[in-house]
Design a binder for this molecule. Structure first.
Ligand code: 3HC
Length: 698
């Protein structure tokens, strides 16, 4: 016989004999929002007061045990009961409390579990303390209880990386006391009975002494100082774990203090914005439209991009037909894909046992007619409009009527490409980023006549490939490359006017970019920008200040890494500045009558970021990006923008529109053509509004 009492909306207590089953049911992920905390506290107090149960067991309904604190509450005034206090209360319960974990038990969820007196996992479970990825640290006892359960080195590892730990490993580490199969309620009942029968031991973490390991703490602290100089919270994580050798209450107080230090940084805002940005970009007008099926895809072009796209599709379990005109190029493409897949095995992205079967899903062909049955074709040949039009006209004749035809162009007009077919409604841009099997961003470029169903199919493909799709409109360079082309000019102006490429790179790396623009240019290939500049030369406005340094470098045949020389000289894994570039810069300054001046690193960052924000505002004004968060996602997931800053427009909000407008007006005194105040920023400055305001409702 059992009876169920509903404590509040998410929390209920089911009594089965001497066992009290406390169930949390708060979709989607049972986060510990205020209602969960209140209900859980009431349940614990009520059960302890009644004193009838022999064991209390906490489990969750739905897809997962608690996946963490409710991130949406961060930044708002905290409401009682606070999670750390609730965890302490659970641990202090006179009646033994155990927990049954399934799904993804993360952050505050694992902290609740660690406060219970034993933990049983259900197969498929993953656990972790990913707070560091949100710019904070486990603030509900995690930094104190994890070292007690798993030891200092393992606790440091899980807390400073935030990695999701598979159940078997969690069992081995000592985070779990058992691992079984079954439905959460059934497992909960059985585990509680085991406690009653003395088969499952319970213990409290305040009775466990931590073995000190100052060596592990010092070594990691030193390593992180070098590898993560910018990230505030990771260093605080180490400090918090170091406090775990103290009595639990003291350690918890130190953790609390460090947690609040993290909560007050803009990095926390930035990282949480990045977390939601990844999800918000899926909210597009076509979200509810049924996509076409995508199982078999065609890729035209076996170069770096085409091979990367094909690899990504194969890893997603799709079958791929790769087209190249010549057998030799086709063989090279197949070799690249094979190498990519081998790399995926090494990185743990593809099981070794699945390697052969995955490669078998690839059909190389020199005949476009092999694409007749493809559900979707991605053209990834070089950037030449005439060639692309020819290909699309041919595809129109070959492909089945339901096929979606996509171009991976980085800049070219998708409307013009679509017009080469009799089915422009089935044509769109799918702009992948190199290396396409690694980079997570995919711009889904919607042309004038693209049908909603076609766009939805682009999003479906991204989902299958586990990519982050951002909806973009048609213009030269779409969202990312259009904005990059604009701020790339700032870098060129700074270089011409006195900053060295190395100073510019190091200033921006100091800001947090994975790589500065000149290192990125060398990596991507300087010839790409050169070709684009040549293409645009006839339309370049006469007022535009044109810097020829990059052209001079390309004329030498120096295209960056692939030629061994660019802004830097590459030997093996090391690189040094190319001294001949310094000479080219000097010559260009002399030719143009420019007298070099000094820039501080802060001035470099300010100009570069102001240019990025200004063009982003124009991209919004033109409707090329739906919302500021879409632009943030493009830069976070495609351009190495520092995640802890949340994206260019999240960063812009930390400066305020008025400051940005002021900067643009100051810079415009030197170059009024380049530095123009976008109307959107002007209005925002006048009204005191932010980009976050424009994201509302996403
Ligand atoms: N708070 C609030 N909302 C959350 C959330 C959380 N902790 N975790 C997930 N969500 C929301 C998502 O935003 C999404 O909302 P939407 O449907 O409106 O877009 C929904 O739940 C489903 O999430 P996903 O789309 O991400 O679903 P998946 O199944 O792909 O992934 C997950 C599930 C692995 C749990 C993933 O959502 C995740 O990693 N969540 C964050 C976990 C985390 O960081 N926890 C620590 C929080 S901080 C903390 O606990 C502080 C403590 O120490 C005091």
């Amino acid at each position: 016989m059992s009876d169920i009492e509903q404590i509040n909306a998410p929390i209920s207590i089911e009594t089965v004999g001497d066992i009290a089953l406390v169930c949390i049911d708060s979709p989607p992920v049972n986060a510990t929002g205020i209602a969960v905390r209140e209900g859980l506290q009431t349940a614990m107090r009520q059960l302890n007061k009644a004193g009838r149960a022999q064991v209390i067991v906490i489990y969750c309904a739905g897809r997962t045990f608690i996946a963490g604190a409710d991130i949406r509450e961060f930044g708002k005034p905290p409401l009682e009961p606070h999670l750390p206090d609730l965890c302490n209360e659970i641990e202090a319960s006179a009646i033994p409390v155990i927990s049954v974990l399934h799904g993804t038990t993360l952050g505050g969820g694992l902290e609740v579990a660690m406060a219970t007196h034993a933990r049983i996992g259900i197969k498929g479970l993953k656990v972790g303390l990913p707070e560091v990825l949100l710019g904070i640290l486990p603030g509900a006892g995690g930094t104190q209880r994890a070292p007690r359960l798993v030891g200092v080195p393992a606790a440091l590892g899980m807390i400073t990386t935030g990695r999701h730990i598979p159940a078997a490993e969690a069992l081995e580490m000592g985070l779990l006391d058992g691992l079984v199969e079954g439905a959460p309620r059934d497992v909960a009942l059985a585990a509680a009975q085991d406690v009653v029968d003395g088969k499952l031991a319970t213990r409290r973490t305040d009775q466990i002494t931590v073995v000190p390991d100052q060596g592990a703490i010092d070594a990691l602290a030193e390593k992180l100082r070098v590898s993560q100089p910018n990230l505030f919270s990771v260093h605080k994580c180490v400090e918090a774990v170091a406090a775990a050798t103290r009595p639990l209450t003291e350690g918890l107080a130190i953790e609390r203090d460090l947690f609040w230090q993290c909560m007050q940084t803009p990095q926390r805002d930035g990282l949480i914005h990045a977390f939601f940005a990844e999800r918000a970009v899926a909210n597009v007008p076509e979200k509810k439209v049924t996509p076409r099926d995508v199982n078999a895809i065609g890729v035209i072009g076996g170069g770096t991009m085409g091979s990367g796209i094909a690899t990504s599709a194969l890893l997603a379990g799709l079958s791929v037909t790769l087209i190249e005109l010549k057998q030799e190029a086709l063989d090279r493409g197949v070799a690249t894909i094979t190498k990519n897949l081998e790399g995926a095995v090494k990185r743990g992205k593809l099981a070794e046992a699945k390697f052969a079967a995955t490669l078998e899903n690839l059909t190389p062909s020199t005949d476009m007619k092999s694409l007749a049955e493809a559900d979707l074709v991605v053209e990834a040949v070089f950037e030449d409009m005439a060639v692309k039009k020819q290909i699309f006209a041919a595809l129109d004749a070959i492909c089945k009527p339901s096929a979606v035809l996509a171009s991976n162009t980085s800049y070219l007009d998708i409307n013009e490409i679509a017009a080469a077919t009799k089915r422009p409604e089935s044509v769109l841009g799918l702009h992948f980023f190199s290396p396409a099997h690694v980079m997570r961003l995919l711009e889904v470029v919607v042309a004038d006549k693209t049908a909603p169903e076609t766009t939805a199919t682009g999003f479906l493909l991204a989902k299958k490939m586990r990519k982050i799709a951002v909806r973009a409109g048609v213009c030269d360079g779409f969202i990312g490359n259009r904005i990059m082309t604009h701020y790339g000019l700032t870098a060129a102006y700074l270089m011409m006017d006195g900053a060295s490429p190395q100073q510019i790179d190091s200033a921006l790396e100091g800001f947090g970019f994975a790589m500065g623009p000149y290192r990125v240019g060398d990596l991507a290939g300087l010839d790409i920008g050169w070709a684009s500049r040549k293409r645009k030369a006839p339309d370049r406005p006469p007022e535009e200040r044109y810097i020829e340094i990059n052209d001079r470098i390309c004329e030498q045949g120096w295209f960056g890494r692939k030629t061994g020389k660019g802004f830097y000289i590459y030997e093996g894994k090391s690189s040094v500045p190319n001294p001949e570039v310094a000479t080219i810069i000097e010559d260009e300054r002399t030719r143009a009558g420019v007298i070099a001046r000094d820039f501080t690193d802060a001035e470099i960052v300010d100009r570069y970021m102001t240019a990025m924000i200004a063009e982003s505002a124009r991209v919004l004004e033109d409707g090329i990006a739906l919302r500021p968060v879409d632009i943030d996602a493009v830069f976070l997931f495609g351009y190495g923008f520092p995640r802890f800053r949340g994206g260019p427009l999240q960063y812009a909000d930390t400066l305020g529109a008025a400051e940005i407008v002021k900067r643009i007006k100051t810079y415009a005194e030197e170059d009024p053509h380049y530095w123009r105040v976008p109307a959107l920023l002007e209005t925002m400055a006048e009204n005191g509004t932010t980009f976050a305001d424009l994201n509302k409702g996403v």
